[in-house]
Design a protein around this ligand. Sequence first.
Ligand code: NDP
Ligand code: 8X3
Length: 253
Amino acid sequence: MSKIALVTGVTSGIGEATALLLAKEGYNLIVTGRRAERVAAFEQKVVAEYGVKVLPLVFDVRSQAEVEKYLGGLPDEWKAIDVLINNAGLAVGLNPVQDGVVDDWERMIDTNVKGLLYVTRVVANYMKERCSGHIVNLCSIAGKESYANGNVYCATKHAVDALTKGMRIDLLPYNIRVSQICPGAVETEFSVVRFKGDQERADNVYKGFTPLTAMDVADSIMYMVKCPPHVNINDMVIMPTAQANSYTFYKKL
Ligand code: NDP
Ligand code: 8X3
């Protein structure tokens, strides 16, 4: 029987790349995002290319009611989730804390921390019933070190780091693996979202060095997923060669 993976946020970037690699491995996929047309396009592409089954779901991970409705109410044949990729997330704004935009803060906290928790709560219970499963959280180098003006985004990813460690302990008796990956700069729609559609400012982030691609990160996630069942990668930090930590880059401009 084919395995099932649930990937949140497949409408772009790392989630899309990871879901594609999981489909290539033969996983049937539950995929999510808010942009319905992109979720539908992803489904069509994957079904045509890999012939796997896809359950497309359009909801906002910030809404516990929606998470409960869509994930809590999964049809029986989709409940045996083997792999959860907690990917949906974002940065909004880059301001010193004293100039912070409260709505930006709330979007980040509600998505990156509370959304991840809502999804995990439902799926961990499916996994607990079967004493089997693997949860991979998208953390960040921002979850290891704070950088100038990154205050709240960094705090949400530090929270993911703490939650990964806590989930690992709580889910240990149920044979559920818990991993996280902490990438440095990956060129996706991340910076366009952070700068609220300012494409030029987003492009500048990646000028003068070679950033990671979404596929680089997806390859590493697949390494963790494909480890033998007795092996759990707790944490993986992956950086562009030209980036040493969250604030030190070697750029040739
Ligand atoms: P993208 O902006 O390219 O993709 C983000 C994905 O998250 C989209 O599919 C988006 O879907 C989904 N998403 C965002 N908010 C919500 C929401 N409220 N409900 C449901 N889905 C949502 O960014 P990345 O691929 O780069 O980011 C993926 C993850 O990786 C994030 O958690 C990010 O913090 C993390 N990360 C990114 C790095 C980078 O440099 N790019 C580095 C380290 C970590 P939609 O808009 O359709 O809802
Ligand atoms: C995304 C990487 O360094 O821009 O998490 O915050 S960074």
